[in-house]
Design a protein around this ligand. Structure first.
Ligand SMILES: Nc1ncnc2c1ncn2[C@@H]1O[C@H](COP(=O)(O)OP(=O)(O)OP(=O)(O)O)[C@@H](O)[C@H]1O
Ligand SMILES: [Mg+2]
Length: 432
């Protein structure tokens, strides 16, 4: 295995096949987080190897899907579908054709997706061209299951690997505007439509409704973690999660009043660190309060969604929130906002245009007031898409899920480069 830049340089003078041979037992392979891996193979042997890797204990939390058709099938598939955490592509093409194919794939590849290429060509120039394009790993075929396990694991366990998880904080500009409803429906869409493993953390410990909305009544949840910060690690948090659907789990609020929930500003730091390390997408349902810990959660999130309903108090509060968060996070995307409960009969409302002027950006969505639909969903413990799959608000939640996870439905070309930092030190080959 070629491990670092020096070895890459050394390999230029030595044939790749002679580079260090390392057996599976030589190196600890870390278990991977709850990622999605989709492979597009050319040969049944490689497909079988990836399939078998999916059964390996270290990939126990990953969702692995294997298809045939190589790079052409991948390009076709991702024209209209969001990309997973990891794409594996097998190609038996020549170097120039591999690169041309990858440039096409880059045009449909979402930010953050990592690409592993499997091929027969053994050539340093090709490796360099691949890493320049942001390809994370190159595996020489034929491959065995352990090669796949090791390659996927190394993407997430290297000391310089970026944490897998993205944290999206959702907060209301006022109480009762539907922030939790939006958070739960968006998270559900991330799990179902994007097939990204997600967790909703209900931070409204006394009154949170996530358990009701997902029809779950778990005995444990976020309170156990918040009250025992020293015990928090990935395994501990795993035990507190209750599964809502294939890709969605809940860290439920107790919603009981036998104790009070006065937390210090850093109470949730360790929980979030451990979620971020193992879950691709975490949606925080932040209650409408301005406390040390709510402010800290909002500022430290990767993306923020402020939910407002169209009146003056919401406009003022949303503007204050957006301004403060923008100033505290000068190098991040500005907070998103959406309008909810728009069009209440006979109610004078402030228009989306006026919101856009005051907040200097357009709302991510303008969700209509639909008491029948939202009322049935809330009372039945269902999501909007479960009550009415074709309703336009179900599609709005799906669109918001795409934007908030950095995925776009209309895929834009990105100048031929995959949106990945090249990892020169991660060139791999078959290890015998
Ligand atoms: N677009 C909508 N149309 C009609 N009803 C809605 C809409 N969005 C949310 N609701 C309803 O509004 C109520 C409040 O929603 P929700 O609990 O999500 O608000 P919240 O902002 O989280 O409130 P809190 O401040 O208590 O946390 C719920 O009954 C929900 O079903
Ligand atoms: Mg709420």
């Amino acid at each position: 295995m070629i491990k670092n830049a020096q070895q890459v340089a050394a390999a230029e003078t030595a044939p790749m096949s002679a580079a260090g041979q390392e057996s599976a037992a030589d190196k600890h392979i870390a278990p991977v987080p709850r990622i999605s891996v989709q492979a597009f193979c050319e040969t049944v042997e490689s497909a079988a190897a990836v399939q078998a890797a999916g059964e390996d204990r270290r990939l126990g939390k990953a969702h692995v899907k294997v298809q045939m058709g190589g790079i052409a099938a991948a390009i076709e598939a991702y024209h209209n579908a969001p990309t997973p955490n990891v794409i594996m592509i097998e190609t038996d093409a020549r170097a120039s054709d591999i690169l041309a194919g990858l440039d096409k794939l880059a045009e449909v590849c979402d930010a953050g997706t990592r690409v592993i290429v499997m091929g027969r060509v053994n050539d340093v120039t090709l490796y360099r061209d691949l890493t320049r394009r942001g390809v994370s790993e190159y595996l020489m075929t034929p491959i065995g299951p352990i090669d796949v396990v090791r390659a996927v694991s190394s993407l997430f366990s290297a000391p310089d690997a970026k944490p897998v998880g993205r944290i999206i904080a959702v907060v209301g500009a006022k109480g009762g505007v539907g922030a939790s409803t939006v958070a739960h429906n968006v998270a559900w869409a991330i799990g179902r439509d994007l097939a990204l493993d997600s967790v909703v953390a209900d931070l409204d410990l006394a009154f949170g409704t996530a358990g009701l909305d997902y029809n779950q009544d778990p005995p444990q949840g976020i309170a156990e973690a918040a009250f025992s910060p020293d015990r928090v690690d990935t395994a501990f948090v795993d035990r507190l999660l209750s599964k809502c659907s294939d890709h969605l789990s809940l860290l439920a609020a107790p919603a009981t009043l036998d104790r009070v929930y006065d937390f210090g500003a850093e109470a949730f730091d360790s929980i979030l660190d451990s979620l971020r390390a193992s879950i691709p997408c975490v949606v925080l349902d932040v209650p409408h309060q301005w406390l040390g810990w709510t402010k800290r959660l909002l500022i430290s999130a990767d993306d923020i969604l402020v939910v407002a309903s169209p009146d003056l108090a919401n406009l003022r509060n949303a503007k204050n929130l957006v301004d403060l968060l923008k100033a505290s996070r000068p190098n991040d995307h500005r907070p998103h906002y959406c309008l909810n409960q728009v069009g209440v009969p006979k109610r004078p409302e402030i228009s989306p245009g006026d919101f856009a002027k005051a907040l200097e950006s357009n709302p991510l969505a303008v969700i209509p007031f639909e008491p029948q639909l939202f009322g049935s969903a809330a009372n039945n413990g269902q999501m909007i898409a479960e009550v009415s799959a074709n309703h336009k608000t179900a599609d709005m939640f799906r669109q918001m899920a795409l934007t908030l996870t950095g995925r776009t439905e209309s895929k834009r070309p990105r100048g031929g480069l995959l949106a990945l930092p090249p990892i020169l030190s991660k060139l791999m080959k078959r290890t015998g």
